[in-house]
Design a protein around this ligand. Structure first.
Ligand SMILES: NC(=O)c1ccc[n+]([C@@H]2O[C@H](COP(=O)([O-])OP(=O)(O)OC[C@H]3O[C@@H](n4cnc5c(N)ncnc54)[C@H](O)[C@@H]3O)[C@@H](O)[C@H]2O)c1
Length: 403
């Protein structure tokens, strides 16, 4: 199933019992599990209440997805109410919803709907407070085959949300997840092979790329996410909407429906566990920084807590220089975890694949007193354990690259 194809749930096929009939069919999508102030017996006892928001629900667009469901679980565990808006188009994410519902019962509100439908977006915003906007077409390859749909979801969909926020009588803090792809292919960065990885020739880049790097949109996906990124910053500037943009590199962790290019750490682990051959595009020396989703959740909440101070700013978010790996080095880590060499084959470089990208995270660390805590080795081991314990068939590989 393509990432652009609505899931059967959103196409009117019988839904799990917690999805109210009619959800997802139109802009008037109903709320499933509304009024969830009363936690069910299946909900864990709330820990300390989150200090950052009052009792109003938090809206997470794309909340069924990897990052969204981790954030939702965290907030719900703190006793917060959460409303998820999602069209369940990403294969496998319905399992995340089932998991959330089993843990938190009716305190989780679900609205099936599409970012492309301004009425559905406006309805989803009614009655909520802070907003985290994650819903997106996340694959470069899908954006190449259907640039129109990619634009409609990522650019137009984000504008739909911004317009709904602008018209809302309530002040909604907005955190939007953009991508390092807004910085383009980075061809101008001189690199040298150093063992099993590339390193930048310029020692100044030891901290990674900071936010002063000029944006340069490559691929329809880069353009649609980049446009959304710029719209969010401009709505903060022009209309005074409190909003922050995270330009993220690789995020990984539990509940990721990893495929070859989006969620590649999970994809490599899943492939190796299933005994499948892993294809490395290029020579495998390309380097990324990777951030565990638990550290990202912490950063997202810190951004909302400080939204009035941080509004209008974009931050590069990732594991930073202390959490980098080349693809070849990741193979070594996987070998150590599995006790066997993963089967690897090589293929041609893919278009627009950055050879080296590491986030300079110092700006957000300073602005929000944030520090990533999970090391790459510990995080990958944690994800490996989670995948072993939650073995499930690998989702169809719908498409490629995000980030
Ligand atoms: N995971 C990463 O490494 C990474 C890196 C950089 C940026 N991002 C960004 O973070 C966000 C979340 O990423 P993720 O990894 O959780 O992705 P994900 O694919 O797991 O989650 C995206 C969710 O959005 C939903 N969705 C897609 N199209 C929709 C539409 N038209 N209307 C409503 N819902 C729709 C999907 O069903 C899915 O549940 C995305 O905006 C992505 O671009 C992620």
């Amino acid at each position: 199933m393509s990432t652009l194809t609505p899931h059967p749930l959103a196409a009117g096929i019988p839904a799990p019992s917690f999805v109210a009939p009619g959800d997802g069919s139109s802009g008037a999508a109903g709320v499933a599990g509304v009024n969830a102030s009363s936690a069910t017996a299946s909900s864990p006892a709330p820990a300390a209440r989150a200090p950052l928001f009052d009792d109003i629900p938090v809206l997470i667009t794309g909340g069924a997805g990897f990052i969204g469901c981790n954030l939702a679980d965290h907030l719900l565990s703190l006793g917060r109410r959460v409303r998820i808006f999602d069209n369940i188009s990403r294969p496998g994410v319905e399992r995340n919803l089932t998991w959330l519902r089993s843990r938190h019962g009716e305190r989780l509100q679900l609205r099936l709907g599409d970012m492309r439908d301004p009425h559905a977006v406006e309805a989803a915003l009614r009655g909520v407070g802070p907003v985290f906007h994650f819903a997106a077409q996340v694959a470069v390859t899908t954006s190449l085959t259907d640039p129109g749909a990619d634009f409609d979801i990522n650019a137009r969909g984000t504008l739909n949300l911004l317009e709904a926020i602008r018209r809302s009588p309530r002040r909604h803090g907005l955190v939007f997840t953009s991508t390092n792809k807004v910085y383009g292919h980075l061809e101008d960065v001189a690199l040298a092979a150093n063992g099993r990885r590339y390193e930048p020739a310029d020692p100044e880049l030891r901290h990674g790329f900071d936010e002063s790097r000029p944006v340069s949109f490559h691929s329809p996906y880069g353009c649609s996410k980049g446009a959304a990124d710029q719209y969010v910053l401009d709505y903060a500037r022009t209309f005074g909407i409190p909003a922050v943009v995270f330009r993220m590199s690789c995020i990984y962790g539990q509940h990721q429906c990893g495929n070859e290019d989006q969620g590649w750490i999970a994809h490599f682990l899943l492939s190796s566990l299933a005994g499948r051959t892993i294809t490395l595009y290029g020579d495998g020396r390309q380097v990324r920084d990777a951030l565990h989703v638990d550290d990202l959740v912490d950063a997202l909440l810190r951004a909302q807590e400080r939204i009035d101070r941080l509004t209008g700013r974009a931050f590069n978010l990732g594991g930073g220089p202390a959490r980098t790996t080349s693809l070849l080095e990741l193979m070594d880590l996987i070998r150590d975890l599995n006790g066997a060499e993963p089967a690897v084959e090589f293929a041609e470089w893919r278009a627009a694949d950055q050879r080296y990208y590491v986030s300079d995270i110092r700006r957000f660390c300073a602005a929000a007193s944030w520090t990533p805590r999970v090391s790459l080795q510990a995080g990958v081991a944690r994800l490996h354990r989670w995948l072993v314990e939650n073995t499930r068939p690998a989702p169809e590989l719908a498409a490629s690259t995000a980030g």
